[in-house]
Design a protein around this ligand. Sequence first.
Ligand code: GLC
Length: 429
Amino acid sequence: MTSMPHAHRLLDDTARDILRRNDRGGYTVPRPGLYPFQWNWDSAFVALGFATFDMDRAWQELETLLSGQWADGMIPHILFHRDDEGYFPGPDGWASGTRPRSSGITQPPVAATVVRELWQRDGADPTHSRMRALYPKLLASHRWFHRYRDPLQNGLVMVVHNWETGRDNSAEWDAALARVSARDVRPFQRRDTSHVDIAFRPTQAEYERYVALIEFGRARGWDPARVAAESPFRVVDVGMTMIMIRANRDLLALASALDDQPVVQELRARIALSQRGCDWLWNEDLGVHCSRDLVDGRPAALVTSASFLGFFAGIGSPAQRARLLERLAALADSVPYLVPSLAPGSRSYDPVRYWRGPVWLVVNALIARGLDEAGETALASRIRGDSRALVERSGFWEYFSPETGQGCGGDQFSWTAAMWLNDLTTAST
Ligand code: GLC
């Protein structure tokens, strides 16, 4: 039998090989074939993996991502640096008219958190030139969110496409998507199902609505104000909101190091606003924060993995935090592997279908980091232990069944390899 340290060293080697193999020169594809371009939050997580063996390459991953930032500040969710016929919808479907070509929507803003992390690894020097070069771009991207994606002005984050949340087919979006008409969508050929089993992927009816939302934005030239005001899909995502609050805290740390006082004040006010705003997402019956529809005001009333990101954001009253911990402890008793993306028992729960049940290591890393910082080390260790056990059992899959640990979606997946190498265990100072 191979000893554990030896097995871990082999897995470390494999994880580094995956990142090197998926490297396209300056950026990493999440999975060749299935996802052949640069994805926004994937790249941020991937940089954490590179940071364990090649700091230069880690910084470069984010620099390439930020090279695709739009003039208005948005960081697109996909950058199409090169053509690839294997993915739909490609650059022509989005028609963003940008260079590099890109999608017209964004993704969870983890970049500032990762830049802070890399900068700390490099010694937290305020004169660090690569951090200083990225800082104004990160600020512009946060201001874009504050300006266009906070219609209630309560510090929360609205999304106009479910793909922006990074949790593509979560049941939280079902009610809002049901209002999106796919009647005028022109016939198209999905490519994802030629790479992986359809049982793991969103359904055809869901996919048609995703495409309808792209056609909606494209018809408005991706004007951020118009899309935000008129989109049939307008939802406050609990996940994006928590990640944004955290990103503002991490950007604040950079602004303080740079002694950029106006921005320090701006971000402090923003964080305070969001802290209060989160109560709009609190669901007293369930004892967690939930996403909420902006068109009809209804809460999603679902316990998802994103419901547990409040610790990472540093929000919540002591009473709310106690309830969140109770919920998580109950989940821990109900599945062998934490954290299911949807709580078992929910009507739409499916242990192998994408974001309707499976465990994703990137979300686990954020939740565990938050729990550690809140002093909840036992639950944090359980989550980290489960993440490691999943890779040891099955390999570097895109995501995993919380019941059996089966690996699903694509294998040799970049962000899973990155989270094996660096799951944010080292606390920020
Ligand atoms: C899927 C995931 C999304 C991820 C992308 C690339 O669309 O839902 O979060 O960024 O794949 O891995």
